[in-house]
Design a protein around this ligand. Structure first.
Ligand code: ADP
Ligand code: MG
Length: 728
């Protein structure tokens, strides 16, 4: 075993797990480090409290004197908890979170100092953010960006820093982060959905979008991970032969959580509790060392913040337990990858889940309205929804027989399919009294019973209805949920807006009753959206063929998929819904395409380096041992030489052919990279990386992995899959 490998494994085995004891109840810990409603009640004056709550619930502006009061109370609260610094916490388009700490500490002359934090520091900051991606919006020399307080996501304490969730925008007003368009989309869906709710209940004033994410991840020993340059630099393995035992036995899924991982989870969950992240579920996933963590769902903006925060904390806590968290969608070939299901719904300020069937026929008609409109939204914008989850790392997962395909479709289950079939038969125009009664009793009235036994859960669908919510399963494990949530809420908002126009028209022009008009529009939607519904096996080849016939897009790679983000229709949609301007949409597209290019470029360099500087020299070393051996055989066996040395000579030849395979392909890859780098147009460049550079990864890997099987284990330089996945 190579020294590096040996030491990594030795250290890993010698590691003594830190046992985490939980002394306090989780419910007591929950939200202790959050400036939440409860804390605000304690610390704020009545006026200030009301000001913040109005901003949170109805988007009202917070005036300056209130901001001063809030800041001062926030500071008092934070100081009481040993906090020294504050930061505006935001989510630039790098995908990570960003923070720049400032101390409360301030000198006031005469050698004296105080702790200070005023409204102006709370409300707005100007980080020197010229190095964050802006897609050309913010020329470094012209306009700067600033961060602005988002009162809908409460401030929290992490370590000894008060973190204030903020949006990040250019001085010219364009969004430079994930949160700004998300907030706009949530606003759009609130407006559109509230208007529809008023058909059913005049008291509804607000509709919120909810999100419950499920985060999958791998835990790998820190030393073992560090021994692999590919994991260190790209978050995944670029080569490595499958171990003899992988996940065939299905012995990891829902199995007993290994002690060391459990200790990590406990500490992570404690941190989450303090930060008000309501984590609830933890379990082993399908692959060895793969796990999942899921919270109770929350309002979407908060849930997005919480997921970003979680991904950050996971890394820090893992490090304390000598683990490295791999959030990558596909860290190991031949082993299941990770996703992040986004469970999504809409609910009213009167406490109704709009995607949950109700108790009366009327509330069920409301449910069907939102249910069918969501299907219609996905039908109209399937390519955009696919684009919302496109990334270099998620490309490994989509369509790879373990995750939803790159084709977007909606699964609704047998029972609801029947309900839609019945509704499709509704008479055009006015309904007879008998028909109304029939609908009430036998179709709309029966939905709650129907859903209770809607247990058929098709795991292969990218967008599935699961009883009281839709589950968007194609989201990647590294994704910032802000991106898919912005797009999903925008397309639903647009659809609801159009629906209302159609219904109102029927009421006005055709003199239909409200529910008649709704039935009429829904019927047409059911007829026109059949193409997006699919109940079969999403992993099958047949579905790909069928989807093609149906005219659904099947964009397997990120460069192909991303184009939908800047199509004429998409830009019109974003502009109409006030979610993004053309400039913002195009800038984002540019950033994402560039991120794709960078990802592939880095992977390509790392792979070339490992193949040439680690694998080839090792193979040559082993080959020399064989050659020495053959020489010896020649000395001892004279006549019998040919027969006794046959296998060794074969082996020498085989090694040579793989060395050649590596060198030829690495050279080819470098040339393709050079050609790609010379391309100005970023779309064409990304396609060159995708179609000319990336495919060579497989060829290079093939030869490296073959050598792993041939070369003496003693000298193999890279920690092997079995060691990464099964050293405990
Ligand atoms: P699974 O998908 O693993 O079978 P569940 O169906 O129990 O699990 O729920 C998965 C996630 O769905 C949980 O994180 C939960 O918080 C979330 N969820 C439940 N109801 C809603 C809702 N109305 N809106 C958004 N998310 C929800
Ligand atoms: Mg799920």
């Amino acid at each position: 075993m190579s020294t590096l490998r040996f030491h990594a494994i030795k250290e890993s085995l010698a590691y003594k797990p830190v046992t985490i004891e939980e002394k306090e109840r989780r419910s007591d810990l929950f939200g202790k480090h959050v400036f939440n409603e409860n804390t605000m009640r304690q610390y704020l004056t009545k006026d200030a409290f009301k000001g913040v709550m109005n901003a949170v619930q109805y988007g009202k502006k917070i005036d300056r004197s209130i901001a001063d009061q809030v800041a001062s109370s926030m500071k008092d609260w934070a100081l009481s908890k040993g906090v020294t610094h504050y930061t505006h916490w935001f989510q630039p388009l790098t995908g990570a979170t960003a923070e720049k700490h400032d101390a409360f500490f301030e000198t006031i002359g005469n050698g004296m100092a105080i702790e200070k934090f005023g409204g102006s520091q709370l409300v707005q900051q100007e980080p020197d953010a010229s190095s964050f991606p802006s897609g050309g919006i913010r020329n470094t020399f012209e306009a700067r960006g600033y961060t602005a307080w988002d009162p809908t996501s409460p401030a929290f304490i992490y370590g000894t820093t008060l973190c204030i969730p903020t949006i990040f925008v250019a001085y010219t007003g364009e969004a430079l982060d994930y949160k700004t368009p998300l907030l706009r989309a949530l606003h759009a869906v609130d407006d559109a959905a509230t208007a529809i709710c008023k058909y059913f209940d005049k008291n509804v004033k607000k509709v919120s979008s909810s999100l419950g994410w499920e985060q999958e991840y791998f835990l790998i020993d820190k030393m073992l991970a560090a021994s692999r340059p590919d994991i260190s630099l790209t978050g995944r393995t670029l080569l490595g032969h499958s171990p003899a035992k992988g996940q065939q036995l299905d012995d990891h899924y829902f199995g007993a959580i290994p002690g060391r991982a459990l200790n990590f989870m406990r500490e992570l969950e404690t941190e989450c509790m303090l930060l008000g992240i309501p984590v609830k579920t933890r379990h082993n996933e399908v692959a060895p060392n793969q796990f999942e963590l899921a919270p109770i769902y929350e309002e979407a903006n908060l849930a997005v913040d919480h997921n970003s925060l979680l991904m950050d904390i996971m890394g820090r806590v893992a490090s304390r337990h000598n683990f490295k968290v791999l959030l990558h969608e596909k860290p190991f070939e031949g082993i299941n990858g990770s996703g992040k299901h986004n469970n999504w719904s809409l609910s009213t300020d009167t406490g109704i889940n709009l995607l949950g069937p109700g108790k009366t026929p009327m509330s069920n008609l409301q449910f069907l309205t939102f249910f069918i409109n969501t299907i219609k939204a996905v039908h109209e914008h399937e390519a955009l929804l696919r684009a919302a989850i496109a990334s270099a790392s998620n490309d490994h997962r989509l369509g790879a027989n373990e995750a939803p395909p790159a084709i977007i479709s909606v699964f609704i289950g047998e029972q609801l399919t029947k309900v839609l079939e019945e509704l499709e038969g509704v008479t055009k125009g006015k309904l007879s009294p008998q028909e109304k009664t029939e609908l009430k009793l036998n179709v709309v009235g029966k939905i709650p019973d129907v859903l209770l036994d809607n247990t058929d859960r098709n795991r292969t669908s990218p967008f599935a209805f699961t009883g009281n919510k839709f589950e968007f399963r194609a989201v990647g494990s590294t994704a910032n949920c802000g991106n898919p949530m912005t797009i999903l809420n925008t397309i639903v908002a647009k659809q609801l807006k159009d629906f209302k126009i159609e219904v109102d028209k029927l009421i006005d022009k055709k003199d239909l009753k409200k529910d008649e008009a709704i039935f009429n529009v829904l019927r047409e939607y059911i007829k026109s959206t059949k193409n997006i519904l699919f109940e079969g096996n999403g992993y099958g080849k047949e579905w790909e063929e069928e989807a093609k016939k149906r005219g659904l897009s099947n964009n397997k790679t990120t460069p192909e998929a991303l184009k939908a983000k800047v199509s004429k229709e998409t830009i019109a949609l974003f502009e109409e819904m006030n979610v993004m301007s053309k400039i913002e949409a195009e800038a984002r597209y540019e950033i994402e395409v560039e991120a794709y290019i960078m990802h592939i470029q880095i992977e390509s360099r790392v792979l070339g380096d490992i193949a040439r500087n680690h694998i080839v020299p090792t193979a040559v070393k082993y080959q020399n041992i064989l050659i020495e051996n053959v020489r010896g055989l020649k000395e001892i066996f004279d006549k019998k030489f040919n027969s006794v040395s046959k296998e060794q000579i074969n082996l020498i030849e085989e090694i040579s052919s793989h060395i050649e395979g590596i060198n030829v392909n690495v050279t080819k890859m470098i040339n393709e990279r050079k050609k790609a780098n010379a391309i100005e147009d970023i779309e064409k460049k990304s396609l060159a990386y995708c179609n000319n550079v990336k495919p060579l990864f497989d060829d290079i890997r093939y030869h490296c992995d073959k050598l792993e099987l041939l070369v003496d284990d003693e000298i193999w330089p890279l920690t092997k899959y079995r060691e990464l996945l099964f050293t405990r």
